[in-house]
Design a protein around this ligand. Structure first.
Ligand code: FAD
Ligand code: NAI
Length: 462
């Protein structure tokens, strides 16, 4: 038995970051992980492998659609799926091994195996019981399927199966037009599959700016993805390695089917806390199975904290990381803080989509007076040069004070551009502050400045 100041359960972006920050703050720290490798969902079967496949297939798209225009002639590359998978795995391995290195560097013990909390102050891993003054639950989330749909990770897959299909399918049905559905759907559409997205709602990507939703759907359609909207999936039948998806259109209750090679079920994820023994300890949970915490990530049981996908809030790696750093500081007696109003969200389709802060809907609901500054990438020279002038930057600012309240971007490098606005919001900046900041030419970020100018006297290039 070993004694620690802190034991973190789960080594995803929440858990491994919490462990590193605890160690940096002088706390004797261990992290329990049941997977073979560190890094959690994000590094192993989430953010990282999906972005590797998005990158590789985007290169293919560029070769097929834009190379000839730029005078780069010749046959488009053919796809070696086995090699693409090997490249993806290499990217994953580099990253997971990187966390192992960081654990060693920070003298964090990796307790290999599945952990449980038999009593407060104790963590059991295999046959060993370790002592800890504080325990952080960072056990993340798992895919949530639909009732009556059986996942076999071959024909009917979650995102995990979709990242490692044995071969590229000719047809794919994606259930759910959320982040996973559109990212993984893009990968297979670019690889030549007929991708049909079946979505319950009348719009894609719930919670996003409606103009961004419409623009993204239009562009993805142009890229070959089909959408069946307002459709409730009734079931999936598999036979001989193929599948038939039955859905009901909500507008008239009519039923229809679509045949396919692979079905990706991408209808959300749920918190994972199985086997920890939280119920026996009396740890309060939400009605959606998440661990309930206060504003300092403490549960109702003394010495037990929780962060990341296992608690409420957006299921995002950077949200989990921020909570990991903050809870470590709280445990070390400092003032950990997360500003939940400034957590960006990014969809890594092409074009990328990003957002932060308020939407027009949330502002209208709150009865707040706001103004909109919008600038199209059509007026951005750099975007035109890379065939990515579709899309726009939209900044929402307080009508009276000009303070930036939110931003929504669809266009090149949107996932990076959003951070300039995040920093501005953290500093309480006005749209004019952004507009008066010199932006290098020619860059995509000039579109952010122009949107900020559009909140005032007007943009120059529109
Ligand atoms: P997790 O990463 O889920 O880690 C939890 C870890 O705890 C797991 O490794 C698990 O094995 C371990 N564990 C669980 N129970 C125990 C136990 N009892 N004992 C020991 N270990 C245990 N987010 C983004 O921000 N950007 C993206 O681009 C992005 N892309 C994604 C793509 C896909 C396909 C998916 C599925 C998710 C993506 N996400 C993305 C979401 C992101 O992966 C999660 O929000 C993030 O991983 C949550 O971090 P976490 O530390 O809370 O949990
Ligand atoms: P999601 O919540 O983003 O989307 C699920 C979609 O499925 C919604 O549009 C919903 O209306 C639809 N849906 C639900 N039930 C349905 C039904 N019966 N029939 C048809 N459609 C139905 O969930 P998703 O895409 O599975 O992602 C899970 C989590 O992973 C997200 O919370 C996201 O934050 C995270 N993630 C983040 C990424 C990023 O940051 N780039 C990438 C991938 C995942």
């Amino acid at each position: 038995m070993a004694s620690y100041d802190v034991i973190v359960i789960g080594a995803g972006p929440g858990g491994y970051v919490a462990a590193i920050r605890c160690a940096q703050l002088g706390l004797k720290t261990a992290c329990v992980e049941g997977r073979e490798t560190l890094g959690g969902t994000c590094l192993n079967v989430g953010c990282i492998p999906s972005k590797a496949l998005l990158h590789a297939t985007h290169q293919l798209h560029e070769a097929e659609h834009n190379f000839a225009t730029m005078g780069l002639k010749g046959k488009s590359p053919s796809v070696d799926w086995k090699q693409m998978q090997a490249y993806k795995q290499d990217v994953v391995d580099q990253n997971t091994k990187g966390i192992e290195f960081l654990f060693k560097k920070n003298k964090i013990d990796w307790l290999k195996g599945w952990g449980s909390i038999p009593e407060t102050g104790k963590v059991k891993v295999g046959d060993e019981v370790h002592e800890a003054k504080s325990i952080i639950v960072a056990t993340g989330s798992v895919p949530s399927s639909l009732p009556g749909i059986e996942i076999d990770e071959k024909t009917v897959v979650t995102s995990t199966g979709a990242l490692s299909l044995a071969k590229t399918p000719k047809k794919m049905v994606v259930i759910g037009a959320g982040v996973i559905g559109l990212e993984m759907g893009s990968v297979y559409a670019r690889l030549g599959a007929e991708v049909t997205v079946v979505e319950f709602l009348d719009h894609i990507t719930p919670g996003m700016d409606p103009e961004v939703q419409r623009t993204l759907q239009r562009i993805l359609k142009k890229q070959g993805m089909e959408f069946i909207m307002g459709a409730a999936v009734q079931g999936v039948e598999t036979k001989g390695g193929k599948a038939t998806v039955t859905y009901k259109l909500r507008k008239d209750d009519s039923e229809a089917t679509v045949d396919t090679d692979v079905v990706l079920v991408a209808t959300g994820r749920k918190a994972y806390t199985d086997g920890l023994g939280l119920a026996d300890l009396g740890v309060e949970m939400t009605d959606r199975g998440q661990v309930k915490t206060d504003s300092h990530w403490a549960t109702n049981v003394k010495g037990i904290y929780a962060i990341g996908d296992a608690i409420t809030g957006p299921m995002l790696a950077h949200k989990a990381e921020d909570e990991g750093m903050a809870v470590a500081e709280v445990i070390a007696g400092k003032h950990g803080h997360v500003n939940y109003g400034v957590i960006p969200g990014v969809i890594y389709t092409h074009p990328e989509v990003s957002s932060v802060g308020e939407t027009e809907d949330t502002l209208k609901k709150a009865g707040r007076a706001y103004k909109v500054g919008k600038f199209s990438f059509m007026g951005n020279a750099r975007a035109k040069a890379i065939f990515a002038a579709e899309g726009f930057v939209k900044i929402l600012a307080d009508k009276e004070t000009d303070r930036i309240l939110g931003a929504h971007i669809i266009g090149p490098a949107a996932g990076d551009l959003i951070h300039e606005i995040c920093v501005a919001m953290e500093f309480g900046a006005s749209a004019q502050d952004l507009a008066l900041t010199c932006h290098a030419h020619p860059t995509y970020s000039e579109a952010v400045r122009e949107a900020a100018l559009a909140c005032g006297d007007g943009p120059i290039h529109a």
